[in-house]
Design a protein around this ligand. Structure first.
Ligand SMILES: Cc1cc2nc3c(=O)[nH]c(=O)nc-3n(C[C@H](O)[C@H](O)[C@H](O)COP(=O)(O)OP(=O)(O)OC[C@H]3O[C@@H](n4cnc5c(N)ncnc54)[C@H](O)[C@@H]3O)c2cc1C
Length: 344
């Protein structure tokens, strides 16, 4: 069996962006996605995501995106502040129908020549003389010269290599869709005693999310009420995001607090740049992996510099369980030195 140039584990935004880019570069690429189709929370693409969409040749379509005009923010005091995206960024943001958006990315990548296999459970990773052998429960084993770990916050591949994940907090999200409910065409973020709300207008639905910790009365009540789903919304990162023949992309590398609204755009751009780096490593530029990791760390550092400060500006509910936990977020030490450990 001829090894692939690139195997991508995980077919979310990061894996799709990488597959699309790699296929366009002429690499032989395959994506293994564990779930056949899955709904995920998270729908806001800020205006700053426009350049990466353009690089990927992804043109917003009403089938999976509606424009968002701005951000309504009530945080730190009772005033409601509304920032207009066109006034500040000269363009609108987007609210995504998440499944349709990911399906669109998959279609683009497949058209470019990437192979997709869904419902596949990778089981074991072995390093070979020229790359990797990945055995799967329900799929023939796959050989590849290079692997991208795009498995989201689970970082399945990196964990198989024994790399640990640094967990910084324990936030959870409650989310639900209100079909046919109309609200303003902008995002709303409001803090309150037990956490903070997010709402946005999607095609024919209103998305609602509440970020909290599991011990709060609001969380317990919503679980009793039903109609809400819970998802991990914590912040974490891998202790090492690059090796000689592998890179971590998207949430697998860094999982941001959703307050940043950065996860999807970061997934798209890290997927794009990781595919370029993989091509370069395969062409003998062995330093390309470390260069990718350094660029990603720099981009991430900007978020971590602001992260704790965002929560410190809300002091009205300082006695509550949720806000106590947000006021004790740890100082973050990013794994700068690990970047240069590209031996595996
Ligand atoms: C509640 C919540 C709200 C959010 N809101 C926003 C928002 O408004 N804006 C924003 O930009 N970001 C938001 N995010 C973050 C955003 O959803 C993520 O950053 C984004 O999905 C990361 O994309 P990814 O491709 O790296 O990972 P994922 O989207 O998690 O994709 C990983 C894929 O890998 C697959 N997989 C997992 N394990 C394996 C395995 N072993 N083998 C093969 N496949 C595997 C999974 O099925 C999945 O499809 C939010 C996150 C949460 C939790």
């Amino acid at each position: 069996m001829e090894p692939l140039d690139l195997l991508i584990l995980g077919g979310g935004p990061a894996g799709c962006a990488a597959a699309l880019t790699a296929a366009r570069l002429g690499l032989r690429v395959q994506v293994l996605e564990r779930h056949p189709q899955r709904s995920k929370p998270g729908d806001a693409l800020p205006p700053q995501a426009a350049p990466i969409l353009q690089k990927l040749g992804v043109v917003p379509d009403p089938a999976w995106a509606v424009p968002t005009a701005g951000l309504e923010f009530r945080w730190g005091n009772d005033a409601v502040n509304l920032t207009s995206f066109p006034a500040v960024h000269q363009r609108f943001g987007l609210a995504l129908h998440r499944e349709a958006f990911e399906q669109h990315l998959r279609t683009l990548a497949a058209k470019a020549g990437a192979k997709f296999s869904a419902g596949v459970h990778p089981e074991r990773v072995q390093e070979t003389a020229t790359g990797w052998r990945v055995s799967c429960h329900n799929h023939p084993e796959v050989l590849a010269h290079f692997v991208l770990d795009a498995t989201g916050r689970q970082a399945w591949f990196a964990r198989q290599l024994g790399i640990s994940r640094i967990q910084l907090d324990a936030q959870v999200a409650l989310f639900r869709m209100n079909q046919s409910v109309k609200g303003p065409p902008w995002i709303q973020v409001h803090s309150e005693t037990d956490g903070w709300w997010y709402t946005s207008q999607l095609p024919q639905a209103r998305s609602e999310m509440f970020f909290t910790v599991p011990e709060t009365p609001a969380y317990l009540a919503s679980i009793r009420e039903g109609g809400w789903k819970a998802a991990a919304a914590s912040t974490s990162f891998l202790n090492r995001i690059a090796g000689k023949r592998w890179l971590a992309v998207g949430d697998a590398a860094f999982t941001f607090d959703p307050i940043a609204s950065q996860g999807i755009s970061q997934a798209l751009s890290s997927g794009y740049y990781a595919a370029l780096a993989a091509r370069d490593v395969l062409n003998g530029k062995t330093e390309a992996g470390a260069a990718y990791a350094l660029t990603l760390l720099k981009a991430t550092d900007a978020f971590f510099r602001e992260w704790r400060g965002i929560y410190q500006t809300e002091q009205r509910f300082a006695g509550s369980l949720y806000w106590k936990s947000r006021h004790q977020l740890p100082e973050v030490q990013l794994p700068w030195w690990e970047v240069f450990q590209t031996s595996t």
